[in-house]
Design a protein around this ligand. Structure first.
Ligand SMILES: [Zn+2]
Length: 165
C-alpha cells in the first residue's frame, strides 16, 4: 500500500514518478499542507488516491518553495522539532495487557505471556509492549526525513503537474 505520484508532462526521468509507502506519505503530505497552505490548496486530496494533484505551475511553485527551505535549513529544523515533539508525547497504556505488562487472556496464557518478562532470557510478558505495559502513541513512529522532501522537490521540479494515485 502506498501513494504513487505521476508526472503529467515530465521534462525528464526525475519528473516521471514518485512513490512513498503510506507511512512515509502522510507525514510528507502533512508537512506540505501545513507549511505551504497557499501553494498546496489547489489539491484537495493529499491523503488519498483520488488522482488529485497540482498543475504544472503549481508543482513548479511548490518545488521552488521546498528547495528554498531545504537550502536554508528550514526543513531540517522542522524535522528536528517534529522528532522532539513526538518523543515528548506521553506513552499510552498497552491494550492487550491493560498496562500490566502481562497478558492473562487465553492467548497470553497459552504462550506464556501471563508471566512477567524475564530480563535475562527475554521470555514471557505481553507481546504488545514487551512487558513494559506502555506503548508509543499512534503515529509517533511515522517517518519523515529531509532526504524524502528533497526527493519530492526534485520530482516536482520537472513533473509538469502531477496526480496522486
Ligand atoms: Zn502490553
Amino acid at each position: 500500500m502506498g501513494m504513487d505520484v505521476y508526472g503529467k508532462h515530465p521534462a525528464n526521468d526525475e519528473g516521471t514518478y514518485f512513490r512513498n509507502n503510506i507511512w512515509w506519505w502522510h507525514p510528507l503530505a502533512g508537512f506540505l499542507t501545513e507549511t505551504y497552505p497557499d501553494l498546496t490548496g489547489d489539491c484537495t486530496y493529499w491523503h488519498s488516491n483520488d488522482g488529485d494533484g497540482l498543475d504544472a505551475d503549481g508543482a513548479k511553485a511548490l518545488a521552488a518553495a521546498l528547495q528554498r527551505d531545504l537550502d536554508s535549513g528550514a526543513v531540517a529544523a522542522y524535522a528536528k522539532e517534529r522528532e522532539e515533539a513526538l518523543a515528548a508525547l506521553p506513552m499510552q497504556e498497552c491494550g492487550p495487557c491493560e498496562g500490566t505488562g502481562v497478558r492473562t487472556d487465553e492467548v497470553g496464557r497459552r504462550f506464556g505471556m501471563d508471566q512477567p518478562r524475564d530480563p535475562v532470557t527475554g521470555q514471557g510478558g505481553c507481546n504488545g509492549c514487551g512487558g513494559d505495559g506502555k506503548v508509543a502513541p499512534l503515529g509517533a513512529d511515522a517517518p519523515f526525513s529531509v532526504e524524502n522532501v528533497q526527493e519530492f522537490a526534485t520530482f516536482l521540479r520537472s513533473c509538469g503537474g502531477f496526480e496522486i494515485c
